[in-house]
Structure formats: structure tokens, C-alpha cells
Design a protein around this ligand. Structure first.
Ligand SMILES: Cc1cc2nc3c(=O)[nH]c(=O)nc-3n(C[C@H](O)[C@H](O)[C@H](O)COP(=O)(O)OP(=O)(O)OC[C@H]3O[C@@H](n4cnc5c(N)ncnc54)[C@H](O)[C@@H]3O)c2cc1C
Length: 527
């Protein structure tokens, strides 16, 4: 089947929905998601959106906080643009009917939260479920737009970029798998927008939903687009460790209120790592937990709040308490088992201030993009802001992209592929990959660990490629293939950066080295 549209938008998180809303009056939008429309990382975002909305705050302060976190490799013009656009994008959302929390006793004023790394209270939030409320408002709006068709359970397989090695290449759309019927459509469009989110599933432990398999970056890299800074992966210090719990975040506020990190023998260990102990920066705490786990061979550590008053815990952390109780853990009377978890990908597709990638016709916005905002480390709550701002930026230029010539665009060929009778290979490869990425390319890296990862990964990549060509594609196989490409990019980028900076820590080079004060750039076709 063939579908033609003016905008093919892949992803229904904040970035994809905001873009669809902004361009729908200029043409027909096909909005794809490989899950249900409200299933995304955005939906799970708790804290909020960083934006300067208070007289006591300033753009300069937000810019400086962002640059400080980025450790010398943010693009200052991009940071300034993003920060200055923040208030307008929040106003847009309010106009759509997003119900942000108001200051107690001041119903006209937004309540502003404080988060690590921010020099002022500037986190606009909707209680502790900001993403859910933003998605509600955006989705309700987009569903009413006559020019937008949302296709749920439709997964982009590959981008259509004929002559991908040529300098004249352009993106003309994507092949798309209907996950209900198994049919693969050809969707053509002058504008293809990758709003596919992050790639946390490349690691054994992650706060990300199952859909975060880096599909956009993987598809675009295969099609010849440039990728940058994949070594900078942010790890959240504490998610619940439990076989059935996939991604229950234990907020940093728990440590803020006096939670103590202990080994399995009960010893508090943070004093060994940082004078601020449990209140040290996020990456320091994540490294400390990882180091204790590796040193003792334990598969988790403990976060202890049993010395706090039970009634206080009930009032201050009702959601976390309920989530833990669901898994049989009562944090009022026993320590919570925790591990750090992959949380946010600062790297992604190289893109400019309008979200344009290195392939004409192809845009990247939201977590999929690497546009210079985050540099070597993301400032908390800047990512929802990024999704909103770059959707708007892309919408300013996308309507003027001319319709390309579609002659020669080919439909999907099944060839000699047959249905797989060995689905176990997919789950085996998936587990193996996530484990060596966690152990060798995780929070603390070394040259030896990276070489070990590379050896195992090269063998696995070969096996996945063979499997891909031999069997009829399924969404599981496609996600495995994409996550394998992401792992390849992270390992390559980490090997190139022979220093420690921001989120990349290599124990063989413990300090920043001025000669690496630049992006790590990868292209598939170096020529
Ligand atoms: C638990 C958690 C809490 C967070 N809290 C905050 C916070 O408080 N503040 C903040 O700023 N950031 C936060 N973040 C980060 C932030 O939520 C994400 O960076 C942001 O929401 C990403 O938005 P996005 O639109 O780029 O992608 P997502 O919201 O991840 O959406 C991706 C979309 O792409 C679709 N998709 C992917 N691949 C394909 C494919 N091949 N075909 C079709 N569809 C596809 C998915 O189905 C989904 O619809 C948090 C993240 C997590 C996981």
C-alpha cells in the first residue's frame, strides 16, 4: 500500500505532537507511533519543564546553568534560543488547556519547582505527573485537527533515501510496518520528522519505557545521516530493583529528605565518594553506586529511609510508597533495593536550529536530536523544553520544503525471507547486548572494558544482520536491530573520547582534556 502526505511525523511524544499541531494548517500530517498514542517517555516525565517565567529569574541565569552542565560543548546560540523561547512555549501549552500547578494562594501564578543544577526556581510542573498532563492536552488538541491522521501500532522500519551515498540524496519518506497485519506500507512525504525519543533500552537497567530503542537515530544513521555525542548517556542514580518492576524511579527528593545509601551489609558508603554524600551531583551518586556494585559483586544497593517518620513518608512520597508497596516493599520499615539506570541520551542526530539533519527533507526533534543544547550533560527538565521549542522551530521551515520526485521509490521487498522459527534468538541477543552495554559501556568505562564490548558486539551485529535478511521482519527484530546500531554508535563514540567529561567517565583518563572540547561525530559513509 502507498500513502502520500505532506508531513510524515514519527513519534507521538511531546516533540511529534507539538510539531503536528504547528503544521497541520499547511498540509496533511501522518503521525505514527509504534505503541498507543499516549505511550511515550514524555507521558512518564514527572518533574516538569524548565522555563524562565518569574521576575526573580533571568534568561542569562538559565543559559549559564545549561552551559555549566554541558561542560564546554554546548552551542551557546542554541542554548540562548531555547531558553528565550521557553516562556512562549509554556504560554502555548496553557492556551491549549494544560493544567500546570499554581502557587498556593496565588491562582494566577505558576508554582515553580527547584531542581539540581538550576540557580533559581524555574520548573513549571503539573503536580508530579507533568508529562501525562502535557500529553493529555496536546493529544486532545491534535485528535481534533482535520488534517492529522494518527496511526497507532505502526512502526517505521527504514527511511526512504535513494542514492544514500550521493551528495544529492534526499529523504522521501519511510517504509512502515502495520504491527496488526504485518503489512509494510510505503509512505512518501517531502518532510519526514523523527521524533522517536531516546534509547535507554540499550542498557540493562533504564528508567525509559520499552519503546525507547533509538529507532530514529538508527534508521537515519543507516541512511547516511550524521550522529553526534552518543557517548553522553545520563544515568539516574536510583530506580527500584525488582524482577517485575521495569522502571520505577525513586526520586532524588528521597535522598534530599535524608535517605541514606547503604551496601547490602548495611554500611553507608557515600562519605567515601563525595563531601556532600547523598546530596552529591547526580552523576557522582550514580558512579558511586555502580562502583560499590562492581566492587562487592552485588546486583543492587539499598536506599534507607526507615529512620524517617512513617507519617512523613506517607505525606511526602505517596506515589513512591505506593509503587514500592505494589512490589512488596514497605519503605517505612525496610530499605528499598535500588540500581542506577540509563535515563537520557544527550547524543543523537546532528541537527540545526530548525531541526534539519544532514539529509535534506529529514528532521530530528526532541531526544532523538543532537542540536547543541545539552553538550556533555543535560540540565534537569531541559528536555521537555527542547521538544517544545524545536517542534516550533522545525514548523517554521518545514512547509517550504518542495515536494520531491517520487519516481523510482520502491515498495518493500520481502525477497526470500521466511517467518522465523527461532524467536528465542531475538530475546537471547537482546539480553546479552543490554548486559555487556551495562557492564562495559555504562557509568564507568575503561579502554579494556570498551575493547571487550566491541569484540562481543561485532560478533552479535553479524548474527543480527544475518537474521534480519533471512527472516520476515517483526517489531521485536526491528527493535533489536536498532538497539544494536545504537550500541555500536555508543561504543565507537566512547572509544574516540580519550578523556572524562560530563556524562562520559573513563577511568584510564580521569580528567577533562582541552583537545577533546568538541563533538564526537560519526557518519556511516565517511566518504
Ligand atoms: C521516567 C522519566 C522521567 C522524566 N522526567 C523528565 C522531566 O521531569 N523533565 C524533562 O524535561 N524530561 C524528563 N524526562 C525526559 C523526557 O521525558 C524525554 O526526553 C522527552 O519526553 C522525549 O520526548 P520525545 O518527544 O523526544 O520522545 P518520546 O516522548 O519518547 O516519544 C517517542 C515516540 O516515538 C515513537 N516511536 C519510536 N520509534 C518509532 C518507530 N520506529 N516507529 C513509530 N513510532 C516510533 C514512540 O512510540 C513514541 O510515540 C524523563 C524521562 C523519563 C523516562
Amino acid at each position: 500500500m502507498r500513502i502520500e502526505c505532506d508531513y510524515l511525523v514519527i513519534g507521538t511524544g511531546v516533540a511529534g505532537l507539538a510539531f503536528a499541531r504547528a503544521v497541520s494548517h499547511t498540509g496533511k500530517v501522518i503521525l505514527l507511533t509504534k505503541r498507543a498514542a499516549d505511550d511515550s517517555a514524555t507521558f512518564q516525565a514527572q518533574g516538569g519543564v524548565a522555563a524562565v517565567t518569574d521576575d526573580k529569574d533571568s534568561f542569562d541565569a538559565h543559559v549559564n546553568d545549561t552551559l555549566k552542565a554541558g561542560r564546554g560543548i554546548c552551542r551557546k546560540d542554541v542554548v540562548e534560543l531555547c531558553v528565550k523561547a521557553g516562556p512562549a512555549r509554556i504560554a502555548d501549552l496553557v492556551e491549549l488547556g494544560t493544567r500546570f500547578t499554581k502557587r498556593k494562594g496565588h491562582p494566577e501564578e505558576l508554582d515553580l519547582g527547584q531542581e539540581g543544577g538550576h540557580s533559581a526556581r524555574r520548573i513549571v510542573h503539573a503536580d508530579d505527573a507533568t508529562g501525562k498532563e502535557m500529553i493529555r492536552a496536546l493529544l486532545e488538541t491534535v485528535k481534533k485537527l482535520p488534517n492529522v491522521e494518527i496511526l497507532e501500532h505502526h512502526m517505521a522500519v527504514n527511511l526512504i533515501v535513494p542514492d544514500r551515498r550521493s551528495v544529492d540524496r534526499i529523504c522521501k519518506g519511510a517504509h512502515v510496518l502495520n504491527q496488526d497485519t504485518g503489512e509494510i506500507y510505503t509512505v512518501t512525504s517531502p518532510v519526514t520528522v523523527l521524533a522517536t525519543g531516546g534509547a535507554g533500552k540499550v542498557y540493562l537497567y533504564t528508567s525509559n519505557p520499552d519503546l525507547s530503542t533509538g529507532d530514529g537515530v538508527a534508521m537515519a544513521y543507516r541512511a547516511g545521516a550524521g550522529v553526534a555525542n552518543m557517548e553522553f548517556f545520563q544515568f539516574h542514580p536510583t530506580i527500584l530493583y525488582h524482577p517485575q518492576a521495569k522502571s520505577v524511579l525513586i526520586s532524588e527528593a528521597v535522598r534530599g529528605e535524608g535517605g541514606i545509601l547503604r551496601g547490602l551489609n548495611g554500611r553507608a558508603f557515600m562519605a567515601d565518594y563525595h563531601p556532600d554524600m547523598e546530596l552529591a551531583p547526580r552523576d557522582v551518586v550514580a558512579r558511586a553506586i555502580d562502583s560499590e556494585m562492581k566492587r562487592t559483586g552485588a546486583d543492587h544497593m539499598l536506599l534507607d529511609v526507615t529512620h524517617l517518620d512513617g507519617a512523613f513518608i506517607e505525606e511526602r512520597f505517596p506515589n513512591i510508597l505506593t509503587s514500592c508497596l505494589k512490589y512488596g516493599i514497605d519503605m517505612r520499615t525496610e530499605p528499598v533495593p535500588v540500581v542506577p539506570a540509563a535515563h537520557y541520551s544527550c547524543g543523537g542526530l546532528i541537527s540545526d536550529i530548525h531541526g534539519r539533519t544532514t539529509i535534506p527533507g529529514l528532521f530530528a526533534i526532541g531526544e532523538t536530536a543532537c542540536n547543541g543544547l545539552h553538550g556533555a550533560n543535560r540540565l534537569a527538565s531541559n528536555s521537555l523544553l527542547e521538544g517544545l521549542v524545536f517542534a516550533h522551530q522545525a514548523a517554521l521551515v518545514a512547509p517550504s520544503i518542495p515536494r520531491p520526485d517520487y519516481t523510482g521509490v520502491e515498495d518493500w521487498e520481502v525477497g526470500d525471507a521466511v517467518p522465523s522459527d527461532e524467536e528465542v534468538v531475538v530475546s537471547q541477543d537482546w539480553d546479552e547486548l543490554r548486559r555487556y552495554m551495562w557492564n562495559y559501556v555504562g557509568i564507568v568505562r575503561s579502554d579494556l572494558r570498551l575493547r571487550r564490548a566491541r569484540r562481543r558486539h561485532d560478533a552479535l551485529m553479524k548474527e543480527i544482520k544475518e537474521y534480519y535478511w533471512k527472516y520476515i521482519v517483526t517489531s521485536d527484530l526491528l527493535e533489536l536491530r536498532n538497539i544494536a546500531t545504537i550500541a555500536h554508535l555508543i561504543i565507537d563514540s566512547a572509544m574516540k573520547r580519550k578523556e572524562s567529561r560530563g556524562l562520559h567517565y573513563n577511568s584510564d583518563y580521569r580528567f577533562e582534556d582541552e583537545s577533546f572540547s568538541r563533538d564526537t561525530v560519526l557518519f556511516r559513509f565517511e566518504d
